[in-house]
Design a protein around this ligand. Structure first.
Ligand code: C2E
Ligand code: MG
Ligand code: MG
Length: 696
């Protein structure tokens, strides 16, 4: 190439090639200055960006030229003031100076070209660099997100966030502090020595937590001063949208944190927020899965889990574990009369009382409905469990105010204890609770092995009874009810027969609910049989309270009558007094429906339950039956009771039937009292359907 332009073009081409070999901005600036100085045979030079000298040449070490060097004068130590030229470069300039010969216009033009080439190179390198660090940031954040999704342990997740911030935001000290009960605690940190750790953790928070990103470059800032740090950038960390901590990066040099660093910082703080929110919500879900929402007590699955652990512990420690199974007495009545809202209030109050009466380390749980369980751990003596149970009963007895209604809670508690695992304490305590109920409630009963045997037997029995019902193993006996004057049969009572006496299998059928299909079968069978009886001989059928509670009862009765072809006035249903007393309103409605059908109602064993004259008047009744014990003792005081019932019957216009008459003396005494109807071995035992027909 010829002439000054050929020289210039060649210089510029070489310059570009040399810059192209640089991979970092500082190296490019350095090369840009050195090669330019070489091309112009300059002794000294500087590159200034944003008011700062970023590269210099020809100056003694540690003697940095002033920031306006080459623009207003070019003094070089040892050489003096030299001729110089400069060209704008990326918000600053590049300046050169040489001895002897001033620069020509062409040279100045070439320097401008070089400065442009250098600026382009720097911009390109900066772009590549920011793309790379962005890529690194995205990769790191993706990794953190994966860890959150995989529910990596929270501590190591926070550690990873702090390390990521250290690498990609930069800094010497990186901390993540979280608010815990008014105190800021160090949750994760890097570059922190023991003394800083102590200084930063466990500080009581004064004022609110920061809610936005902030940057402090004041070395006297309390966070910075003790470590000789120059700048700190903090970002808020939130849990479910509420500030809960601070992520901080701090550096020993100033000016480190620009727009990119702020952006990365926000991203790391947001990921910390994400991790904390997720961990919190997960813990919350776990809590909800293991607790009763109403009382906040542990639920059955948590209770069983704690029980298993306690059993293992007790095996090692040689102590006993106890389970108290607690069922409130009469909770249904409270719920029905005061409403479910009040019922809930009562359950909450009970839960609080149980928790208060607990010893440390013991667990109270709500198993469902009005059932609670208490786990007592580390017993040296099994009897302690019973003492705890009695204390619980006492604690419950204090009156509870349910919106102005003062209620006294009572409960039946079953207690079971064991040393070591292998048993089923909850089931045993449940069985014992059942015993407590049947022994009259409001008491504590301890489990013993016989209860379990009895339960196993009753399960087997229930199975057999169910089978008998479906396979025709049951039959009905009929015991005549006679006119005491003439001895004529007025009606016959249907009595269910099986391999066991009814007093044994009827209660079992009631407990298991089997009484509902069983009772329906009795009704069906009795109506069908009685339809073929001569004259207007009626049939009486015993009905259990459990049957009355089932919604289909009236339909069952109506169905049995129509299928059997029996006129309704020839069916008498025998109910017990307790049926009438519980849920009086509902029973009254039911009896009126039955009355509408034309069916008559008798009260069996009248006078053994809680009698109330009120219901005799209010309910559509037909017959009262005097129980056998009153007949047995007719001549030793029972006569008074029999007489009272006969008189009551007369004044309310009800028929009175005396049951269990075995002697003529009893019959005569009843006749003298004015009782017109009777039933008993004196007249006839319960008979088969065929035998009854021949006896009529
Ligand atoms: P209940 O309804 O009071 O029936 C009268 C019971 O007294 C019958 O006993 C009958 O056999 C017995 N009995 C009658 N006269 C005499 C007598 O002179 N001396 C003696 N020692 N006993 C007499 P059973 O058949 O054993 O029935 C017992 C109870 O079982 C019945 O008492 C009734 O409550 C219940 N039951 C029987 N069958 C059914 C049924 O189909 N459904 C329901 N829910 N309960 C039934
Ligand atoms: Mg009866
Ligand atoms: Mg009876």
């Amino acid at each position: 190439m010829n002439g000054p332009y050929g020289w210039a073009a060649q210089q510029l081409t070489e310059y570009l090639v040399q810059l192209g070999a640089c991979e970092e901005v500082p190296a490019a600036v350095r090369t840009g200055l050195d090669r330019a100085a070489e091309a112009f045979e300059a002794e000294a030079g500087v590159v200034v960006r944003e008011g700062t000298v970023v590269a210099s040449l020809g100056f003694p070490a540690r003697e940095s030229p002033p920031a306006d060097w080459g623009v207003s004068g070019a003094y070089v130590p040892g050489l003096g003031e030299l001729p110089s030229m400069h060209s704008p470069f990326d918000g600053g300039w590049i300046a050169l100076a040489r001895e002897d010969e001033p620069f020509s216009v062409q040279e100045a033009a070439l320097l401008r070209g070089m400065a442009q080439a250098l600026a382009q190179t720097v911009r390109m390198l900066e772009l590549v660099h920011s793309l790379r660090s962005r890529q690194g940031l995205l990769e790191r954040l993706a990794q953190i997100q994966r860890s959150i999704v995989e529910r990596t342990d929270l501590d190591s997740l926070l550690e990873a966030i702090v390390n990521g911030a250290g690498e990609l935001v930069g800094g010497d000290v990186i901390t993540l502090r979280l608010l815990d009960d008014g105190v800021l605690r160090l949750a994760a940190a890097s570059g922190v020595d023991d003394s800083t750790r102590t200084r930063l953790s466990g500080r009581t928070l004064v004022g609110p937590l920061p809610t936005e990103l902030s940057l402090h470059e004041d070395p006297s800032h309390p966070f910075l001063a003790p470590e000789g740090l120059q700048s700190v950038m903090t970002a808020p960390v939130l849990r479910n949208g509420h500030p809960c901590g601070v992520l901080a990066v701090a550096s020993r040099s100033a000016g480190l944190y620009g727009a990119d660093e702020r952006e990365a910082m926000v991203a790391f703080a947001e990921h910390a927020s994400l991790a904390l929110t997720d961990a919190h919500n997960h813990a919350d879900a776990v809590h909800r899965a293991l607790h009763d929402p109403l009382t906040e007590l542990p639920n059955r699955s948590l209770f069983v889990d704690r029980l298993r652990q306690a059993e293992q512990r007790s095996a090692r420690a040689g102590t006993a574990v106890g389970v108290l199974f607690l069922d409130l007495d009469g909770f249904k009545t409270i719920n029905d009369s005061l409403g479910h809202g009040r019922g809930d209030e009562l359950l909450i109050a009970i839960a609080a009382r149980l928790s208060e009466a607990l010893r440390a380390g013991d667990t109270a749980a709500r198993l469902g409905g009005d059932e609670f369980a208490v786990l007592v751990d580390g017993l040296t003596d099994e009897r302690e469990a019973v003492l705890v149970a009695k204390r619980m009963l006492d604690a419950l007895r204090a009156p509870v105010d349910l919106g102005g209604h003062i209620v006294t809670a009572r409960a039946s508690i079953g207690v079971a204890t064991a040393r070591g695992p292998g048993g089923d304490l909850l089931r045993d305590a449940d069985l014992a609770m059942y015993q407590a109920k049947s022994q009259g409630r409001d008491r504590v009963v301890s489990f013993d092995g016989d209860m379990h045997a009895a339960m196993v037997a009753s399960v087997a029995l229930e199975h057999e009874l169910r089978q008998a019902l479906t396979e025709g193993g049951l039959w009905l006996a009929y015991q005549p009810i006679v006119d005491l004057e003439t001895g004529a049969f007025i009606a016959a009572e249907a009595l269910c027969r099986w391999t066991l006496p009814p007093l044994e299998f009827i209660p079992l059928a009631e407990e298991t609910g089997l009484i509902v299909p069983l009772g329906a079968w009795v009704l069906e069978e009795a109506c069908r049989t009685a339809a073929s009886w001569p004259g207007d001989l009626a049939v009486t059928v015993n009905v259990s309270s459990v049957q009355l509670r089932s919604a289909e009862f009236v339909a069952t009765v109506a169905g049995a009558l129509s299928r059997g072809g029996l006129p309704a006035d020839r069916l008498i249903l025998e109910l017990t007094e307790t049926v009438l007393m519980t849920d009086f309103k509902r029973t009254a409605g039911l009896l009126r429906e039955l009355q509408t059908l034309g069916v008559r109602i008798a009260i069996d064993d009248f006078g053994t339950g809680h009698s109330s004259l009120q219901y005799l008047k209010a309910l559509p009744l037909d017959t009262l039956k005097i129980p056998k014990p009153f007949i047995d003792t007719l001549d030793e005081g029972g006569g008074e009771l029999a007489r009272a019932i006969v008189d009551l019957g007369r004044s309310f216009g009800l028929t009175v039937v005396a049951e269990g008459i075995e002697t003529e003396a009893q019959r005569d005494a009843l006749r003298a009292l004015g009782c017109t109807r009777g039933q008993g071995y004196l007249f006839a035992r319960p008979l088969t359907a065929e035998a009854l027909l021949t006896a009529v």
